[in-house]
Design a protein around this ligand. Sequence first.
Ligand code: FES
Length: 585
Amino acid sequence: MSDRNPDDKTAPAPTATGLRQGLTSYGDRDFSLFLRKAFIKGAGYTDAALDRPVVGIAATGSAYNPCHGNMPQLVEAVSRGVMLAGGLPMVFPTMTLHESFAAPTSMYLRNLMAMETEELLRAQPMDAVVLIGGCDKTVPAQLMAAASAGLPAVQLITGSMLTGSHRHQRVGACTDCRRYWARFRAQEIDEAEVSAVNNQLVASVGTCSVMGTASTMACIAEALGMTVPGGASPPAVTADRMRVAELSGEQAVRIARSRLTIDQVLTAKAFENAMRVLLAIGGSTNGIVHLTAMAARMGFEMDLDALDRMGQGTPVLLDLKPSGQHYMEDFHAAGGMATLLRELKPLLHLDAITVNGCTLGEQIDAAGPGFEQDVVRPRSNPIYAQGGLAVLRGNLAPGGAIVKASAATAALMEHEGRAVVFEDAADLAARIDDPSLDVNADDILVLKRIGPKGAPGMPEAGALPIPLKLARAGVKDMVRISDGRMSGTAFGTVVLHVTPEAAEGGPLAWVRSGDRIVLSVARRELTLQVSEAEMAARRAAQPLQPPAAERGYRKLFLQHVTQADRGVDFDFLQPASNGRRIPSA
Ligand code: FES
């Protein structure tokens, strides 16, 4: 029964695998295993089944998460793959998060999902795990969890939704959600039409169909080497997605046997490849926060200025909304990540190991030659030459801020304007559409206290709505600045992640309406034209009142959440730095 010295009744077996690992301690390992097997046999398992390598399957289906609405089919396909490869699939539920069903914001709960998933990976016996995620925060939460738990892991993406059609116009969540809602606010379309398009924006289960955060994280997961080849792009309801699921199960058994642990995959080179891909796809700004958090779990520190330099050498190649024209299903038809990685080959670390047991370079070569398509541009003809994401510095953002230049208005990227300040999200909601609001099209909208601690949870409220009276006058974009995030499906000249945040005592807290602000993307500058002496006087007159909570998760969150430049993770979940800053460029 036991694979250890029978004289030692208490010590854990150093090489315990399968059901023999992680036994409850009663002071007698053999009895613990005897008891565990008795219970699991209650579900009808044989000894032969229980002797196989165990592959956990983290299932994240929920009626509240239509982005994961194909979970039953995915779980079945992964289980089939595990069985085909000689393993034992063990499906277990974990927390799930959907962007529209997680108040106050899904980001507030990402770390809770990561903690729960990590502890279940540690607590339950498994030799490898297939993590099934898709909606924005689920993939980063799962990868953060797996990085900390340290076992062999394969990421399976749920896949994107199909696009719909409104009056013969192709539409998809959620770039088009914002576009139609902005047109409704501007009175360009009526209530009947905005109601009709609501039926078409999400045409099937699956994740948002543009290069939002979910698609960004899917591409990042494949670039990190954490999915099977081609794992990022198949839509949720396709046969290709189910084949990827089956292959993920098979591969999990292989890496369980070879003990290809996650630290061999999530290396500095892998993270640099992922950053390169984030830049080349015109990915969501949220991808930076999640990559920072994932890298920190492996001991790496994100160097935002080096990331900016990397961006200046990386063209945006993927012609997907919101930076371009196409949708995720078009990217899949164009060959998916193999097509993109082939084009990026000279810029990648080709010797990075993937969960497939080969290098990324070998994986790209195995995908074969490219073919004619119009979704992934050649490097000689990018949709945005360089710097799709820019890192800004200045007295308003000493710890940095981000702007997605590829989704911004070119004419606003060099802009000086008068600040129109909203103290928090409630103030914004109360006044943004007030006809008496003193605001002009060349003003700069500033929103405070939507950072990691401010809201709390750093909601995606950074793309402030254009004030109603300006929207109705035809204004489509304005410079907007906040310490929050924005959805990857959004667009506009939106400065995000201002660090330190207002609730942490960053200079943003003391900006007043009427102050002048200078944004220069070319100089990477964000400057508040207010003297240090005046700022000191404002700080003295209005001392900081940090948010606090009496109990529970909110108390834990407010005490331990880090700023955007450290990934908005909890400080106690991040190991000491290994001294490596990435990217090294
Ligand atoms: Fe789930 Fe967009 S809401 S991916």
